[in-house]
Design a binder for this molecule. Structure first.
Ligand code: A3P
Length: 303
């Protein structure tokens, strides 16, 4: 595969939601009847909200804190991306992730990553009430992180931040309107099978988050195991771990090295938007955010 095969930037609309071309229409159709197993664990989010991080914690928990076992396989394989077939639009015979998932051994719970909004997830997720961990992040940090994501995956497109920002404001970027995505899960946050997390709280108390995810997944770990998972999942340790850092796989997808200074594991901080958004952009996004979230109970700091 090479960079031109990767169609993560080009888009089409599926049931009113803008999706990347590599999320194939036929895959989306198949997901309506995707067989969900009762012990499946989904990690879902609007892109750039902390999905990879949450997935790494959940994966470590499902491995009972056995970090050596974890490090034998890349995060992308431990938690396959349900709807995505990178390069699949250009190479129709590439194996589809959802079909490979169907062949996973029954003995261990499947950990599944998705960015699909509530209404596009496989219906059995809701019917069978399987566990879903949903993570949310301040949209001001999301819009900045998302821009760097596109630059990493589609450097040839020469995307300008101001254009990207406008799309985010209108909700015409991939995976649709971020406020719809967030609100629909926020409304389900009290369901027993949903764990609703915030990037900012994970950052503030990573060990507490590890404990929370462990309990949600039915595990009760010693302090030693909780510490080991916490240490494994810090930004610094994930960045230097080739089995947790997505750069390893991105290089493979693009068939070349990532330019110096760029990385999927970019900053991993709260409030980084303050040095990226103009005053006018910060105000405009704050206004849209307050308007869209009005009456929902959902809010973000610094908005
Ligand atoms: P930045 O671009 O702001 O650095 P996703 O996995 O949903 O695409 O989210 C990616 C964002 O999560 C990136 O944000 C990335 O750096 C951050 N991230 C990944 N692992 C992290 C960790 N262990 N701690 C803090 N942030 C992390």
């Amino acid at each position: 595969m090479n960079a031109d095969d990767v169609q993560l930037h080009e888009s089409y609309e599926y049931e009113g939601v803008c999706l990347p071309n590599d999320v194939l229409r036929s895959t989306m159709d198949d997901l309506k009847t995707f067989h969900v197993r009762q012990d499946d664990v989904f990690v879902d989010s609007f892109p750039k909200s902390g999905t990879t991080w949450t997935l790494e914690i959940a994966s470590a928990v499902l491995h009972d804190g056995d970090i050596d076992a974890l490090n034998t396989t890349h995060n992308f394989e431990r938690g396959p991306f349900l709807e995505m077939t990178v390069g699949g639009h250009q190479n129709r015979d590439l194996p589809r992730t959802h079909k490979m998932l169907a062949e996973a051994p029954m003995s261990s719970p499947r950990l599944i990553k998705s960015h699909l909004p509530v209404q596009l997830l496989p219906p059995q997720v809701w019917k069978k009430k399987v566990k879903v961990i949903y993570v949310i992040r301040n949209p001001k940090d999301v819009v900045v992180s998302y821009f760097h994501h596109y630059r990493l995956f589609a450097p040839r497109d020469n995307l300008q931040f101001d254009d990207h920002f406008e799309m985010f404001m209108e909700g015409t970027n991939h995976y649709g309107k971020w406020w719809d995505h967030d609100i629909k899960f926020y409304q389900r946050r009290h369901l027993d099978h949903i764990l609703f997390l915030r990037f900012e709280e994970m950052k503030n108390d990573l060990r507490g988050t590890v404990k929370q995810i462990s309990e949600f997944l039915g595990k009760s770990f010693s302090d030693e195991i909780l510490d080991a998972i916490t240490d494994h999942c810090t930004f610094e340790n994930m960045k230097k771990n080739p089995m947790a850092n997505p750069d390893t796989m991105i290089k493979e997808f693009l068939g070349k090295d990532i330019p110096d200074g760029q990385s999927f594991m970019r900053k991993g901080i709260v409030g980084g938007w303050k040095t990226s958004l103009s005053k006018a952009q910060s105000k405009a996004l704050g206004d849209v955010c307050r308007e869209k979230l009005k009456g929902t109970g959902l809010s973000f700091d610094d908005i």
